[in-house]
Design a protein around this ligand. Structure first.
Ligand code: NAD
Length: 271
């Protein structure tokens, strides 16, 4: 763990949804390293979530697990109640949970459409609403942060880049962009900062087919001007900064962490 002078999230409580794997784990670890007490939300894999907590504790941090399905209102409310009962309040929400259910449009079932919208968009709404309720109730604690609270939505480059074969996912992330901005506009007077992170291609279980074989990795790298596939730590560091007062004037924005994927690399030598 870094020295206390670098613990810019000291005394803050952070809830990270879907933190038992991938980007959520990377973010939970980074926030703990920055001094936050972390709630590691998980959907089904308790063992993985406990491993994340053990890792954080080994490094001198503080964390617990809470199980909840972010698409279910009662479970989300229970998760926030439990967090606040245990730690007194919450300062940071990283609404990270997300899924893919890929299919060509003509074959996509209503269930595939609905599951993705339920987790990726409704889940964001339910978690952000509960966080905002707590932030408004508590208000600013000037010795802790300049903001009453920070909401960070885990979006994707597909909030801007259309994605054939993934219409449900792209629609969920496109919708999330305007949910984030509308919440930012509405919650600013309460000193609540709302932003998104839009990862490009990060090595996690959600997209292992895209980087597992050398051929897939080569094809993927054609889309990344910076020439490497992202790591969860890239997103963790961005989240820790965006949750801290160092970014206090950043509000209603999507931070792309994508090695340049949104630069339309196909146009680099064509057009
Ligand atoms: P991942 O599959 O490792 O993580 C997704 C997490 O969401 C898992 O921990 C899963 O258990 C959790 N989850 C799924 N359904 C849930 C539910 N109903 N309730 C609570 N949690 C649930 O994949 P990841 O890549 O780490 O994805 C994390 C986020 O990052 C997602 O929102 C994803 O869309 C976004 N993202 C990932 C990439 C990438 O390249 N990996 C790129 C852009 C955006």
């Amino acid at each position: 763990m870094p020295s206390s002078s670098t613990k810019r999230l000291h005394k803050q409580v952070a809830l990270v949804t879907g933190a038992s794997s991938g980007i959520g784990t990377g973010v939970a670890v980074a926030l703990a390293e920055a001094g936050a007490t972390v709630v590691v939300n998980y959907h089904s894999d308790a063992e993985e979530a406990e491993q994340v907590v053990a890792h954080i504790k080994e490094k001198g941090g503080r964390a617990i697990t809470i199980k909840a399905d972010v698409s279910k209102e009662d479970q989300v409310q229970q998760m926030f109640r439990q967090t606040i009962e245990q730690f007194g309040t919450l300062h940071i929400l990283i609404a990270n949970s997300g899924i893919q259910q890929d299919a060509p449009l003509v074959d996509m079932t209503l269930e595939q459409w609905q599951q993705v919208i339920d987790v990726n968009l409704t889940g964001q709404f339910l978690c952000a609403r509960e966080a905002a309720r707590e932030f408004i109730k508590r208000g600013v604690q000037p010795d802790i942060s300049r903001a009453a609270g920070k909401i960070i939505c885990m979006s994707s480059v597909h909030e801007t880049i259309p994605w054939a074969g993934h219409a449900n996912y792209a629609a969920s992330k496109g919708g999330l962009m305007l949910l984030m901005k509308s919440m930012a506009q509405e919650l600013a007077p309460h000193k609540i900062r709302v932003n998104s992170i839009a990862p490009g291609a990060i090595k996690t279980p959600i997209n292992n087919e895209a980087w597992e074989t050398p051929e897939a990795a080569r094809k993927l790298l054609e889309l990344i001007p910076y020439g490497r596939i992202g790591e969860v730590e890239d997103i963790g560091r961005a989240a820790a900064w965006l949750a801290s007062d160092e970014s206090d004037y950043v509000h209603g924005t999507t931070l792309y962490v994508d090695g340049g994927m949104t630069l339309y690399p196909g146009f680099a030598d064509n057009g």
